[in-house]
Design a protein around this ligand. Structure first.
Ligand SMILES: [Zn+2]
Length: 270
């Protein structure tokens, strides 16, 4: 299914957005920030060697543009694991201004509290949003950072299970991330993917074994009870598309873009 992501721009700052009014999702690009060098320019990651003052400024710019308060943003300290933490009002602002206060050792956040924006950072990995709606409103939301290890370990299925605690999981969105065009692995890893997700996620081409991580995530979502027609895939490869940071294309020397998701209306400053 084609994603209904819309491109937005505010001065130099560019991002992608999805909204049904009550559920809001934004994916940043690398454009419109204050970092330079390999972090140019909207790097939101503290852990990649960039100047932390600039990272904070980039987060301020991004939050103002997409319509959330940076002071409310909840950010995990990601470890390519499978843990998902429930987030409440008392967690507002954790990890927003400093990595020291981030939600430790977690790659997924789930909440049913309106106005608590969840965020993850990534550069090729998948950012996956899963949500439940009841009585016309968003009843629960999960946001996970899923690299190939997280996918293998089932973090996407775990996110769906957590969302089902709030209501029927009836929405999923896979953001910009590395496509099968660019995710080439050795044969041994390709075989592990084929065994875990089915032979159709692996293709052997002249330049090596290509793995379709979007297909892996979609398969996991469907197997967890999310209807096919409820799953949106952005279909944007971060390695091909120069608007995004790509760990693989940039050979590790790069920044991080953010996925931000929240329940409730945006607080647009303009
Ligand atoms: Zn690509």
């Amino acid at each position: 299914m084609e994603a209904h992501l819309r491109e937005h721009r505010d001065g130099q700052l560019e991002w992608l957005e999805w909204s049904d009014g009550d559920l809001n999702v934004a994916f940043s690009t690398r454009r419109g920030g204050v970092s330079d060098g390999c972090y140019e320019s909207l790097n939101v990651g503290f852990a990649v060697g960039d100047d932390s003052v600039r990272v904070r400024r980039n987060r301020e710019l991004l939050c103002a543009a997409v319509g959330v308060a940076l002071d409310d943003l909840v950010v995990p300290a990601q470890v390519h694991g499978k843990h998902i933490r429930a987030i409440g009002s008392g967690d507002r602002g954790r990890g927003a201004l400093s990595p020291q206060t981030a939600v430790p050792n977690t790659d997924g956040l789930v909440t049913n509290v309106p106005g608590v924006p969840l965020a993850v950072g990534y550069a090729d990995c998948l950012a996956v949003v899963v949500a439940a709606h009841e009585a016309g409103g968003c009843a629960g939301l999960a946001l996970v950072h899923a690299g190939w290890r997280g996918l293998m370990d089932g973090i996407v299925a775990r996110a769906v299970r957590r969302v089902w605690e709030y209501g029927p999981a009836d929405f999923a969105l896979i953001g910009p991330s590395i496509g099968s065009c660019c995710f080439v692995v050795d044969e041994a890893l390709a075989m592990r993917f084929a065994e875990r997700f089915g032979a159709e996620v692996v293709t052997n081409l002249a330049d090596g074994w290509h793995v379709d991580l979007w297909g892996c995530a979609v398969g996991e979502l469907r197997a967890s009870g999310v209807a096919s027609e409820a799953i949106d895939v952005a279909g944007i490869c971060t390695s091909c598309d120069a608007r995004f940071y790509s760990h693989r294309r940039d050979r590790g020397a790069t920044g991080r873009q953010a996925a931000i998701a929240w329940i409730g209306p945006r607080r647009r400053s303009v």
